[in-house]
Design a protein around this ligand. Sequence first.
Ligand SMILES: [Zn+2]
Length: 253
Amino acid sequence: MRPYILAETNWKEIQNQKFDVAILPWGATEAHNYHLPYGTDILEAEYIAAEAARKAWEAGAKVIVLPVIPFGVNTGQTDILLDINMSPSTQAAVLHDVLEVLNRQGIQKLLILNSHGGNDFKTMLRELGLKYPNMFLSSCNWFQALNKAEFFENAGDHADEMETSLILHLRPDLVLPLEEAGEGRDKKPKIRAYREGWAWAERKWSQISEDTGVGNPKKATKEKGERYFDAVTTKISLLFTELADAKIDDLYE
Ligand SMILES: [Zn+2]
């Protein structure tokens, strides 16, 4: 039983504990090329949150990892079988309920550990921050914490070399042989501004990728996954410890 994982710990252990930070891992349920499981983002969120929390806990930080929310915003994948969408307004309602508990019980700091590119909590946290002025609300995208180019040869952002390497490290039993993976080739927007990235529109996923992947996974290995996992969880554990130590009325210098 890991005392920093809420789903594993128990009332005997919890009732006299005092926690400074709640970590809410947030995933998605969606196709990841042909070779990775639908729960890829969930597994990444769970394993990264748990390992970063272990490192932070051992450094003395009182963090508690809440159960992962399994559904993300998948409004662009409506025609991909069993990609499950949770609308942003539903996510905001879920967040509101979780925050109400934390606020009432004096756990004043929340960090959402986001695992899915379609999830965007910023505007929600701005609005909820008005309702809970005594709390410090934040989110991070673990997949942006490090420069991926230092770990992987091929870039990508969905079921790519990075995600494939990670799952090969964490759950090799759930990865099909890489010969069965598609190449994760994606089509780029014809309109220049979207291609340059300073204008945005949601991508209709089945129109940009045949195998649902974006980024070639073929050079993925479990060794790359292990190295990246260790580096990313170390970096995120520093965020957890700094957040645990921080005074929310004294955040700037
Ligand atoms: Zn993913």
